[in-house]
Structures are given as C-alpha cells and as structure tokens.
Design a protein around this ligand. Structure first.
Ligand code: NAD
Length: 357
C-alpha cells in the first residue's frame, strides 16, 4: 500500500493540493491502488500552529512514507522571521532529512500551449525534456568558500566546485534509469574542456553507462553549447543530466520553453522522494480560486511513475490534462483570446471528468 505524506503548505499550495488529492482518489479507485494518505501542516501554517515550519513528528512521518506530496510554502506573513524560522527552511530540512540528491524537472510543451512559449511553435512543439540535476553537491556546497581580505586592501571571493566518484555515479544512475522509462537517451552536460572536476564527471558518467546501461544512448555537451542547443533543437533532448549549478541554469532555461510556471512539476529524490510543483504559494492570487492546478497534477503523475512504477495511472493524468487543454479550457495564467477561462476548482473538475471518460 503506497504511503503518501501530503503537505499542502500555504497559499495556493492548499488549493492545488486539494484538487490533486481528488484526482488521486479517482485513480486510486480506477487502478485499485490502495493509497494511504496522511495530511500534515507545513511551512507558514505549521509556524502558526507549532512555532516551527516543520515539526520533528512530520519529518519522521516523511521518512516513514513512500513519497511526500507538497504544495508550496511561504507568504508575506512569515517573510520577516529569522532565517531558520522561515517556511522555506522547513523545505530545506525536509530535503536534507530525505537526502534528496536528485532534482527532476520536466519541461513539456503541450501542442495546445505551444503559442504561449517565447520561441516559435515550429521549434518548441513536441518538446519533452527531463532535466536531472544533482542537488546536494557541487559548487553550492563545496569548501573552501568565502570572501577574504587581501593585503592590498582588496578582497578575494572563492568557491569550490567539487564532485566525488560516488556522487557522480549515483546521479548518473538516476538519469539513466529515468531514460529507460522515457526515450532512452541521456545528454550529460559538463565543462570538461576547462575544468578537471568536469573531466572526472564525463569519465564517470561514461563508465556508468558502459557498465550498467549499455542500451541507453549517451551524448556529452559542454554547458555553453547545451544552452544554445536547448533553444535551437529542444525536441532532440530526452534526459539532460547536470551538476548542481549547470542544472540550476539549464532547468530554468528548459522551463522557459514551456511558457508557464503553473504547468511545471518537479521531484527531489534520494533516500526518500519529495514531489512538488515548481511554483511558490503565489500570495497575489491565493484564496481566489485563480491558481492553475496542472503543475500539482503533473507532479502527482511524476510520483505515480517514479515512486510507484504506475505508468498507466501516470499517463491517465497526463492524457486528461492534454484533453482538457485541447478542448480550450485555461486558467488565468495560460489564458489566450478565444479560449475558455476557468478557475482552479473548475479546472480540477474538468480533468476529473476527462479521467472518468
Ligand atoms: P510564486 O511562484 O509563488 O509566484 C510567481 C508568480 O507566478 C505570481 O504572480 C503567481 O501568481 C504566479 N503563479 C505561480 N504559480 C501559479 C499557478 N499555479 N497558477 C497561476 N499563477 C501562478 O513565486 P513568488 O511570488 O516569488 O513567491 C511567493 C512565495 O512562495 C514566497 O514566500 C516564496 O518564498 C515562496 N516560494 C515557495 C516555493 C516552494 O514552496 N517550493 C517556491 C518558490 C517560492
């Protein structure tokens, strides 16, 4: 029985997670899954109730569950608290507790929304990319780091880009494993022409592929070239694998191809798995039934596929979303002239109906 800890969080996190739970319950019946859901406070709502963004009990429940489904955290009410008490620090604590070292960020351009992209339809249509980003190592965590005074009165700022064989192997395995569930191709991004650490990256990625995933196609690109090819030939990519900093940049560039924050799911996996939409709590539209629930629904589709190996149920969500978009229904964030504008709840109901059809 899949155990899912649900953390709706704050703002629109609550609204979109509500819709997602309804959809998961429909799938539960349809596919006879037997989900066990537990819903807990997280972020600002937990600060209000318990004084901390995530309690020890909730962290323990997260560890004991098969997956965590998150909404979003944060909002103006908690913005001025000291760093460790802010809603976002609860998210960092959760990622650390579950040793979430792999961040998965898909970028899919739906035919019905191709015109919402800043690139031409003929370039982006059919794009379906999964960026696999290493999340707990690399230059964001490497030491030594700091800013030091120099004898000449100036200062020196420095960081360290470091990866070990073990860190590269485990993220490479995630990327190759995902490629096998998709179109069987990995593009590994590095800067092996300039950085020794990236030479090691390329060598280790190649070795893992040759030894364990010989059936998966592997392409290597320097990060500067990858950034160009991503807007020139986005359709040619399947899984893009990168370290922390390059993955941070490339995943946002890939997201931009799709046009809207309200459509973007993500997952962070390691010892445990956290599924969350890319967007935040959107205080500007919270409580007004304006949020797009699709990012959260596609996040559920990822959970079904990657944590529970339920490809059919996952495809059900993706197909229902596609069919509702093709019928011309849009939330405000993706609205275009000539389409039918609906709220968060109504979008959820339409997708539920499409699922039942
Ligand atoms: P945001 O993602 O909440 O919103 C940015 C803009 O996009 C807003 O105009 C919002 O209305 C719109 N938007 C976002 N998601 C949408 C959706 N599903 N449907 C329709 N429109 C949508 O980012 P922000 O405004 O910079 O941050 C707001 C709060 O969320 C802050 O407290 C921030 O720290 C927090 N935040 C949390 C997470 C997270 O929980 N993972 C991520 C980002 C930001």
């Amino acid at each position: 029985m899949p155990k899912v800890l649900v953390l709706p969080g704050d703002g629109i996190g609550v609204e979109v997670t509500d819709v997602s739970l309804d959809i998961l319950k429909i799938l539960d019946e349809k596919h006879n899954i037997g989900f066990e859901f537990e819903i807990e406070l997280f972020g600002g709502s937990s600060i209000d109730a318990h004084g901390v963004p995530i309690t020890k009990e909730v962290l323990e429940k997260a560890e004991a569950s098969d997956a965590v489904l998150m909404g979003a955290v944060g909002g103006p009410k908690w913005e001025n608290l000291e760093h460790s008490k802010k809603p976002e620090s609860g998210l960092l604590a959760l990622r650390k507790e579950l040793d979430a070292f792999a961040n998965l960020r898909p970028a899919v351009v739906y035919p019905a929304l191709a015109d919402a992209s800043t690139l031409k339809r003929e370039v982006v249509e059919g794009t379906d990319i999964m960026v696999v980003r290493e999340l707990t190592g690399g230059i964001y965590f490497g030491t030594p780091r700091g800013i030091e005074k120099l004898p000449d009165g100036g200062e020196k700022g420095f960081n360290t880009l470091v990866y070990t064989t073990g860190e590269i192997e485990r993220i490479a395995r995630v990327a190759f494993g995902i490629a096998r569930k998709r179109r069987n191709k990995v593009t590994s991004i590095d800067k092996a022409n300039v950085l020794e650490v990236m030479q090691l990256w390329r060598t280790v990625v190649t070795r893992v592929r040759d030894a364990e995933y010989p059936d998966v196609e592997l392409e290597h690109l320097y990060v500067d070239n990858a950034a160009m090819q991503l807007i020139r030939r986005p359709r040619s990519f399947d899984v893009m694998l990168a370290g922390n900093m390059f993955g941070d940049i490339i995943s946002d560039e890939a997201a931009q191809l799709t046009g809207s924050l309200g459509m973007l799911p993500s997952a962070s996996i390691g010892a445990g798995a956290i599924y969350e939409p890319v967007h935040g709590s959107a205080p500007d539209i919270a409580g007004q039934d304006l949020a797009n629930p699709i990012a959260s629904l596609l996040t559920c589709a990822m959970m079904l596929k990657y944590s529970f190996d339920m490809g059919a149920a996952s495809n059900d969500i993706e197909n229902a979303v596609k069919s509702v978009l093709e019928k011309g229904y849009r939330t405000a964030d993706i609205y275009q002239e000539g389409t039918k504008r609906v709220g968060c709840r109504e979008m959820g109901n339409l997708i539920a109906r499409a699922l039942r059809e």
